[in-house]
Design a protein around this ligand. Sequence first.
Ligand SMILES: [Zn+2]
Length: 156
Amino acid sequence: MSKRHPNPRLAKIHRNYTVEEVAGVFGVHRNTVREWVKRELPTSDGRRPMLILGHDLVAFLRARRAKNKRTCQPGEIYCVRCRAPRAPAGDMADYQAVTATLGNLIAICSTCEAMMYRRVSLARLGEVRGQLDITLPQALPHIDESAQPSVNSDLE
Ligand SMILES: [Zn+2]
């Protein structure tokens, strides 16, 4: 776990923390903790030093973590520009083969219109596609087609 995603379990619910202590527990800078306070982390009002209830700290970090979840659901691709999983525009994506078993899903972000890429194995394409309309390149070998003799071989 990186410092950008502090583990809520490190805080003890029944303790009060100063900003310095919170910084120490999570290995982050004091300014980071002050930033949390600005963004809705409650503190004891008007007291010096300012105290943060462990209970509030845990709740804040849990909520923050849930919001930061980066996991793509089926039908979503991570957009680097939005920094979040997004549904492709028009629910359309192209599959571009990298190897026989591995490729990239390429789509346009429905929110910011940036190109999005998701590495996916051909075997897992069904799992990640969700509601997406995926265009496979013509050149991709298809089981049904390759099982049939081509017109050329019939003529030979
Ligand atoms: Zn985007």
